[in-house]
Design a binder for this molecule. Structure first.
Ligand code: UDP
Length: 482
């Protein structure tokens, strides 16, 4: 990784505690690497199976002071099979609840480790609300991370303040822009987030995997004014990965080789390929997958489509296959189907990729922005519906597919299917040329350039990291003097 690797005097000692889901673990551990690159002593606290992924994905050998500490995962206590330690490896509500239960059971072993070797600061996912008590007990600052954009957090806070949980469309009140929503969040989701967000506000500050120019100064001011809390934009963190290999190693083990992926993309024209991926948690029905296949095929564009690992494997019968893929679809060779984990950051940064059909998970969104790739937005759950509006209504770098069903979680049956016509239409709007498409692409490129500038020396995120480190040092040194 092309980071600074500073050697410094009196480095800070920081512990990072990631949540058990790819979309939280990947960015937080990249942020941990950023601190280590500035010469600070960083320990990532993980569990055995997640640690295996991290060892493959993070260049521990490049940084002397970047370490991994594992605590046992309470598999037996919660009733999960050995090795299942992440939301990204479960597909039903029952197991989801078990992973969540594990986050409370991890408290004892993590507290034990932290209390024996206290750091200068703990950076923890907001799901671990108990870290608040621990940090207070040790009299050290805690930084919170929730994986959202600040724009989405402002939207969530406003919806909460006005109890806007009824179904149907509404305009989010009190935000710097009149954001029109075509769906309302499920109450269940808001209840789940509320107490975590309240505890988050008691932290020393919030770390955001975004850059100030994408959230916008107006949202940063709005957040600080309405909450009295400080947010530190340190991203986009995926940009610390420069080489093809580093990009491909991010997250799980990729289902395709770098060579296969690049040689397929290298043979395509600039901006001609559609990339379709719905993150690590969404599981669509066969009916929905079938509509995607038909819509994309009708658009006439070549594509890379990421589907669940088991789809199309040898043991899948023709009959099963035809439930989610039209007959002869693969044989027509209009695209590359990746079954399982795709090297997303590598794909998005290729010149041949012209648009991204995304569920608007925050990481996927900011990764597309970083690569200057416009989006067809298809939110499914969580805060993704707010991310969509940042992309389409505020920054104008994408078009909406028209998803209206706001689920509480990424899997499970959905009542509404996004039809092939809507998919084809949205893809054509972005990939079919014309004034609108050109404007969107130009704006996406400009924001991509700004993302690159933000992480360079003198850029907004680079400066924020320096300021945050200075702040934490001041707190530590003051404590020594006290
Ligand atoms: N990801 C990937 N390959 C995949 C699926 C996901 O590299 O096949 C990465 C993606 O680049 C992003 C993260 O996993 O960094 C998913 O996070 P996001 O917030 O987009 O969605 P979530 O999975 O949390 O719904």
């Amino acid at each position: 990784m092309d980071l600074e690797r500073e050697e410094i005097e009196k480095p800070l000692k920081l512990y990072f505690i990631h949540y058990l889901a790819a979309g939280h673990m990947i960015p937080l551990c990249d942020i941990a690497t950023l601190f280590a690159s500035r010469g600070h002593h960083v320990t990532i606290i993980s569990t055995p199976s997640n640690a295996q992924t991290l060892r493959r994905s993070i260049p521990f050998n490049d940084y002397h002071h970047l370490c991994l500490h594992t605590v046992p995962f309470p598999s037996q206590e919660v009733g999960l099979p050995d090795g299942v330690e992440s939301l990204s490896s479960v597909t039903d509500l029952d197991n989801l609840a078990k992973v969540f239960q594990a986050t409370t059971l991890l408290r004892t072993p993590i507290e034990h480790f932290v209390e024996e070797n206290p750091p200068d600061c703990i950076v923890a996912d907001f799901i671990y609300q108990w870290v608040d008590e621990l940090a207070n007990k040790l009299n050290i600052p805690r930084l919170a991370f929730n994986g959202f954009s600040l724009f989405a957090i402002c939207a969530i806070e406003s919806v909460k303040a006005h109890s806007l949980y009824a179904s149907g469309s509404f305009v989010i009140p009190g935000l710097p822009h009149p954001i029109a929503m075509n769906a309302a969040p499920p109450k269940q989701m808001s209840d789940f987030l509320e107490s975590m967000m309240e505890t988050e506000l008691k932290s020393h500050g919030l770390i955001v995997n975004n850059f100030a120019e994408l959230d916008g100064e107006e949202y940063i001011e709005h957040y600080e004014k309405t909450t009295g809390h400080k947010a530190w934009h340190l991203g986009p963190v995926s940009l610390i990965r420069r080489t093809a290999q580093e990009k491909a190693e991010r997250g799980e083990k990729s289902a395709v080789s770098v060579h296969e992926c690049l040689s397929w993309l290298d043979s395509k024209r600039d901006d001609s390929v559609l990339y379709i991926c719905f993150g690590s948690l969404c599981h669509f029905s066969d009916k929905q997958l079938y509509e995607i296949a038909c819509g994309v095929e009708a658009s006439g564009h070549e594509f890379i489509w990421v589907v669940p690992e088991k789809k199309g494997k040898e043991d899948e019968s023709e009959e099963e296959k035809e439930k989610w893929m039209p007959k002869g679809f693969e044989e027509r060779k209009k695209g590359l189907i990746i079954r399982g984990w795709a090297p997303q950051v590598l794909i998005l940064s290729h010149r041949a990729v012209g648009a991204f059909v995304t569920h608007c998970g925050w990481n996927s969104t900011v990764e597309a922005v970083s690569a200057g790739v416009p989006m067809v937005t298809w939110p499914v759950h969580g805060e993704q519906f707010y991310n969509e509006k940042l992309v389409t209504q505020v920054r104008g770098i994408g078009v909406e597919v028209g998803a209206e069903e706001w689920s509480a979680i990424g899997f499970g049956e959905r009542e509404k299917v996004v039809c092939r016509e809507s998919i084809e239409k949205a893809v054509r709007r972005l990939m079919g040329g014309g004034d609108e498409a050109e404007k969107i692409r130009r704006r996406a490129r400009e924001l991509g350039d700004k993302a690159m500038q933000a992480v360079r020396e003198g850029g907004s995120s680079h400066n924020n990291l320096t300021a945050l480190i200075d702040d934490l040092r001041r707190l530590r040194d003051r404590k020594v003097l006290d």
